[in-house]
Write a protein that binds this ligand. Sequence first.
Ligand SMILES: [Zn+2]
Length: 308
Amino acid sequence: MRQRRKLGKKYALASMFSLKHYRDYKMTLPKADRRALDQVTYGDIFTSEANGIIFNSPFGRIVTISQSLRYFLQFSHLALLRFDGVPEYVRFQALLIALRVMFQYESLDFDADPRGIIPPAILRRLLRLIPAQLEFIAGHEFAHHLLGHLSEQRLQLALSEDTKAVLPHYSLSEQEELDADLCAIMRPQVDDDRRTIMLNGVLIWLAALELYQHAVEVIRPSVPWRAKSHPSARDRHSHLVRNIETKHVTAVRSISESAMSAVETFKPVLTEYLGLNIEHFETYGSMYLDAPNTSWRGPEMTDRVDYW
Ligand SMILES: [Zn+2]
């Protein structure tokens, strides 16, 4: 908050959370869908679990997106998009930060400690993709509601690993997840340009998710993520590329290929890193883009002196 105040940003807790991606997305839907979604409450939350979910509460259906997902997106963009002038090791460090956010080992104090210095022109491009990705994530959860995936018989009581709290959640099939992806992109009444911007953002997000799923398989092969509800990120990626047609098909193919090639390049490096440095995925704290006193990190800073 103090950091936000220094930057002249709004610093009330409520202003941390934007409803823009939900509202912008809803505005693009046909009227009947908008009316159907009047039954769904939505909002961002501050939680270490970097995801979007739809769940049932005594007050009705609720869609939430975690604020930490933005950090996962920002750092995975730095890793996956090949910006000129970003050294390989900085891209890999950015990937590790993104993955540690997903594994809930990275501390979420990015406002006070941004993990290094990203040149402003690159930072703007990293952030530019995020609104369309958040709209898609909201749209995917809305789609489960619109497509009738959420009958009361599908409600299950799930024991959450972390809190041991019992939360009601919906059990969905892999096909329903793929349908929700397609619906989230095709249902909006927008032109091909806007649809392609969303699709491109989603393909990059799914590439990052694939690297997370790869890391899970390396670290915890005995607990396959497939036990969870979603099909693999690669399946979701291929399904979208196969089924969505826009006039920008060449641009979409090129984004898809370049994201996949970045994933394939990172996978063996990540496997080797995790084999040698597993403790970095077992300890809570902060990881950085580079060592202190370098251009990607800035001068060495002292906890409780420089961070406050
Ligand atoms: Zn889903």
